[in-house]
Each structure stands twice: as C-alpha cells, then as structure tokens.
Unconditional design. Structure first.
Length: 353
C-alpha cells in the first residue's frame, strides 16, 4: 500500500513556512474546531496528554474534546437531520460495523491516511481505524476478600464469596460471562450463544445471581463501588481499575476469561472537518504518541512499535500481554451486529422484571 502522508505531513510543511502559518493555519484555528468525542474518564485524560494537547501544539488545529456513552442513536440523529456537530468519535466494534452499514460514518481512505499496513490487523476496518485494545475483566477489592476469585464461576458463588456483584447493564459481555460461569469454555461461548438454548441458558444463569447484582452504566462506577465497599467484585474495564490502583486502591484484576476488543476512530458522515480528522487519526496512530497513551492507562496500542517504548512493568498491564491473553475471549463483533438488538431488548425486559 502506497504511503501518502497527506494530512499531517502537509500541515507540518505549512508550520515550517511562516507565511503559510499566517494564511492557512490561522484560518483553520479561527474556524470551528475539530470535535473529538471519546468515552472520557481516565481514558479521556490519557488522550488529552497523549493526543489532544500535542496535536494542537504541533499542527495549530483547534480541537474540542467531548465524551459520551457510545450511543449510536445520537450520531444517527445528527446524520439524518444534517446537523452534524461531532467530527470524530471513538466507537466500539459492533456499533462501528452497524453504523458503517447505515452510512453514519465516512469510509476510511487508507491511502489518504498514510499509515500503510503498520498497525495490527484488527485495526483496519471499512469505516474505522483501531486505536487501542481493551478488556472487560473481573475485578475485586483485595482488602475485602479473604480468598481471591479466579473465574466467573467464583463470581457467581455467593456462598464462598458473599457480597453484592457489579455487572454492566446490558446483554453484551453479561451473557458471555454468564455462560462461562456455567462452565462453557471461552472458545465455545459464541457457538453456544448462537443457539436459542444457549441464550436461555445464559439468562437462566443470570436468574441465579439477579438478587445480588448492582448494575453499572458508566465505566467510572465499578472502581468507585469497589473502593466504597458497595460491591465485593464486579465486571469492569481494565483501564478503570488500573487508574484506581494508581491512586492507591488495593484492587485486583482477574485476566482469566476476560473479553477483549478494540476501540476505533470513526469520522461522522457529513463532518465539515474531514481533513483535520484524518490528520488527528494519523497523529494518534504514531508509535511514540500511542506509547504515551498506554503509559497513562493500560490499554494496548495498535502500533506494534509502541510496545517497545513501554517498560516491562507497563507492558505486563496491557490486555495484549501474552500472560493476560491466556484464557481471554475476543468479542465476536459479527455476533453482536446480527443479534445485539434483539438480545438487548430481551435483556432490558428481563432486568425490569
């Protein structure tokens, strides 16, 4: 693939020439800023340090960050009404594929982006550019438990491990964890879940735990609840637990039977800042910038050269470390694209009972 470093390299040449700075970048800076929407929290803080601030400093492009909870409906409403106020959004893989099918995102021109084939294979998508690998894990407060849990089977065992459980309010991840708690091997979960009997089995397993569950909806809630003693253990995004560990909380992660996925950058269809969006994606995909991000929050970089810039202790905290991948499950994006809507509806009805 021919590498054309169009957006960022052109901007760099413009910065090097004073007259072009005045005539070009000053106009860009005075116009409406590039709006970049992420899931916020500790990840958003890491993006500010690794990407947002350095990108504006290097390119002169104004950038306005924001956050959301992954609602595809908000993006759909913008595109359908032609009132697009977001330019670049962080997307989880099932929503990315669904939104791409609906025409909500610009198809990625990989030659225009100028990254060649240097990223990991999973980072390449029709409408998205992978930016990091993350995991949903079992987490617990080591100060609150006499014995450490090692699996979702332990998570369901309220006799040996008494206390409230935290789970994400939604079918995705929750159904997979229920099946693993019921003895389904990680590499067989989606085979089972593709059958009516498998779905019934997952919900039956959830029935066993329902009275002990406290549902979370924001990524910041699980570590807060663990620290406060509101739950004995919980599902959580690994980076949120790592952030709490950095603050001195004695929280631990069980990597066994975790579920990992990528988040992607996607350009909203109808954006007025497509060139700036490409420049930002290229900047955020450079190994030195990805290494800064991953050193702030342990989500695995998609540029292999970034790993070499992390020390051993940092590398071992990544979902992509070989020890952490043992027993882990890759999310089946196609499954959730095909069945997500019906399963989320069934889950909502079940949870409301």
């Amino acid at each position: 693939m021919t590498q054309q470093r169009f957006p960022l390299s052109c901007i760099r040449r413009g910065i090097a020439l004073g007259s072009l700075v005045t005539l070009g970048l000053a106009v860009s800076a005075s116009a409406q800023a590039l709006t970049v929407i992420s899931f916020g929290g500790a990840s958003g803080d890491a993006m500010q340090k690794a990407y947002y601030g350095p990108f504006m400093e290097e390119t002169g492009i104004s950038l306005t960050p924001g956050d959301y909870n992954g609602e595809l409906s908000r993006i759909r409403a913008m595109v359908e009404t032609g009132n697009v106020s977001w330019d670049l959004v962080e997307m989880e893989s099932p929503e990315l594929v669904r939104g791409c099918f609906e025409g909500l995102f610009e198809p990625i021109d990989w030659q225009r982006l100028g990254l060649g084939n240097v990223l990991i294979d999973a980072a390449f998508d029709e409408c998205g550019v992978g930016t990091f690998v993350w995991s949903t894990v079992l987490a617990y407060n080591a100060d609150a438990l006499d014995t450490a849990p090692t699996s979702w089977s332990d998570f369901w065992d309220v006799e040996q491990f008494p206390g409230t459980r935290g789970l994400r309010r939604g079918a995705k991840y929750t159904l997979e964890f229920a099946l693993m708690a019921d003895g389904v091997a990680a590499d067989e979960v989606y085979e089972v879940l593709r059958t009516d009997e498998g779905v019934d089995r997952a919900f039956a397993k959830l029935d066993e735990l329902k009275d002990h569950i406290q549902w979370w909806e924001a990524g910041a809630q699980p570590p807060q609840w663990l620290v406060a003693g509101d739950v004995a253990m919980t599902s959580s995004y690994n980076g949120r637990i790592a952030a709490a560990q950095e603050e001195g909380s004695n929280l631990e992660i069980v990597w066994n039977e975790s579920i990992y996925d990528l988040d992607y950058w996607a350009i909203v269809a109808g954006s007025d800042h497509v060139d700036d969006a490409y420049a930002f994606i290229e900047f955020a995909s450079q190994p030195e910038n990805q290494a800064v991000y991953s050193s702030e929050i342990p989500y695995g970089p998609v540029h292999p050269d970034a790993i070499a810039q992390l020390d051993d202790a940092q590398a071992r905290r990544m979902p992509t470390h070989e020890e952490n991948m043992a027993g882990a499950l890759a999310i089946d994006t196609s499954f959730w694209v095909d069945h997500g809507e019906e399963l989320e509806q069934r889950f909502s009805a079940w949870a409301a009972r």
